[in-house]
Design a protein around this ligand. Structure first.
Ligand SMILES: NC(=O)c1ccc[n+]([C@@H]2O[C@H](COP(=O)([O-])OP(=O)(O)OC[C@H]3O[C@@H](n4cnc5c(N)ncnc54)[C@H](OP(=O)(O)O)[C@@H]3O)[C@@H](O)[C@H]2O)c1
Length: 316
């Protein structure tokens, strides 16, 4: 496993990481299986584990935390996030000072740790002044409850505003952005998010590298039983004739290289050194192991050009 710096910070995280969205506490409801996957990830050198309060309404933090407690805390980089409503309570949502101060304690308790390495604002909050959010994050850093704070799915302009405002008030700046990025979803990342993050010394940890599994080819002949798209009907919009045609064309490129499409899709993200880590998801040890092989795949310029021709960002 290789480790990369989180932007210009001194923190090093594994270039492949493991997250818990739709898996731990949900599709991977068997805690023994969760343990097998997470232990295998750790034994392979993964040190960064990404969670959020909203994943399975807190159950993902509990399920992953139960296993992460097996390892020495200093060897782990654990993140969680807040923003989405956790109950019907009017203040149990968003990025207000109150919600931030309440949420961190609940996340720490569910995970079973004294601090988070990274704490993400899961989306932009239209209703809370940005300075209120930044001050609360800065306070959490001073309290030792988090080490760095970050943003997720913020626009380039919103990220820049946060950096500038923090600098003006001598507060800790966001150190990391967590954007959606894969062969199908690239335009905004490449034109706006990556340049803004790089200009400001922020790290990037990207999510859904396989577009929920679509890029593996598992949906080539329909929706298999037990798969994510069988369970999560709302994600099925991505299975269009046009998209499936691209995934089939990609098979030729992968076959020529002698790798799987999953490995190729992840290696294509990893080749960009402004990206600190690719956050993967897995429902079995086999999936995790196959995704880890992406770290060994070298992509030539010709291969990258072939992928760019199939997955043209102008199509988005
Ligand atoms: N910040 C945000 O807003 C945000 C949003 C989404 C995700 N995330 C983070 O990013 C992480 C990864 O996202 P993701 O789970 O969507 O990643 P993904 O890699 O796009 O999809 C992972 C899913 O694809 C299937 N899969 C994975 N590897 C496979 C393989 N080798 N062969 C066949 N199928 C395979 C599995 O689903 P099945 O086996 O069930 O089909 C797996 O759960 C999340 O856990 C979370 O930490 C963040």
């Amino acid at each position: 496993m290789k480790y990369r710096r989180l932007g210009n910070s001194g923190l090093k995280i594994s270039e492949i990481s493991l997250g818990g969205w739709l898996t731990f506490g949900r599709s991977v409801s068997d805690q023994r299986l969760a343990r097998d996957i997470i232990v295998r990830a750790y034994d392979s050198g993964i040190n960064f584990f990404d969670i959020a309060d909203i994943y399975a309404q807190g159950k993902s933090e509990e399920a992953m935390g139960q296993v992460l407690r097996l390892f020495p805390r200093h060897t782990l980089v654990i993140s969680s996030k807040l923003f989405w409503p956790m109950s019907d309570d009017v203040n149990d949502r968003g990025l207000s000072r109150k919600h931030i101060m309440e949420s961190i304690d609940r996340s720490l308790k569910r995970i079973g740790t004294d601090y988070l390495d990274l704490y993400f604002c899961h989306r932009w909050d239209e209703e809370t002044p940005l300075l209120e959010t930044i001050r609360a994050m800065d306070d959490l850093i001073h309290q030792g409850k988090i080490l760095y704070w970050g943003t997720s799915e913020w626009t380039g302009e919103q990220i820049q505003q946060a950096v500038d405002l923090a600098e003006k008030h001598n507060l800790h700046q966001p150190q990391v952005e967590q954007p959606h990025y894969n062969l199908f979803v690239r335009k905004r990342f490449e034109t706006e998010i990556m340049p803004t993050a790089s200009d400001n010394g922020m790290g990037l940890v990207t999510w859904s590298p396989l577009r929920s599994g679509l890029l593996t080819g598992k949906y080539d002949n329909g929706i298999p039983g037990g798969s994510r798209l069988e369970r999560e009907e709302w994600l099925r919009d991505m299975v269009t004739d046009k998209n499936m045609d691209k995934v089939r064309q990609m098979k030729t490129v992968a076959d020529d290289l002698g790798v799987s499409r999953a490995e190729l899709a992840i290696a294509w993200i990893l080749r960009q050194d402004t990206i600190s880590s690719v956050i993967t998801g897995a429902t079995s040890v086999q999936q995790l192991e196959s995704n880890l092989k992406a770290t060994e795949v070298e992509l030539t310029d010709d291969v990258v050009a072939a992928l760019n021709a199939i997955f043209d960002p102008a199509d988005e």
